[in-house]
Design a protein around this ligand. Structure first.
Ligand SMILES: [Fe+2]
Length: 75
């Protein structure tokens, strides 16, 4: 899709209390949601409906994860 693969991993958040860990997880889900939305746009612009559908399905899973962490933080 015109990108360049990387082998550099993103930083891993470690430690903190439960609230901090849940907040870190929620933030990671927000980043994943933004990333998959950008992939959906790329696939759509490339007229690639199969990839777009795949990314939409993954986006749905990431939104469920985000909902889970949001609800846990409200408790
Ligand atoms: Fe996730």
């Amino acid at each position: 899709m015109g990108g360049t693969p990387t082998t550099k991993p993103d930083p891993i958040m470690v430690g903190g209390d439960l609230s901090k860990m849940l907040s870190d997880d929620k933030k990671a889900e927000e980043e994943a949601i933004a990333l998959y939305k950008s992939y959906i746009k790329l696939a759509s612009d490339a007229n690639d409906p199969v990839s777009r559908l795949l990314f939409e399905e993954v986006l749905g899973e990431e939104e469920k994860h985000h909902d889970t962490f949001t609800k846990l933080l409200e408790k």
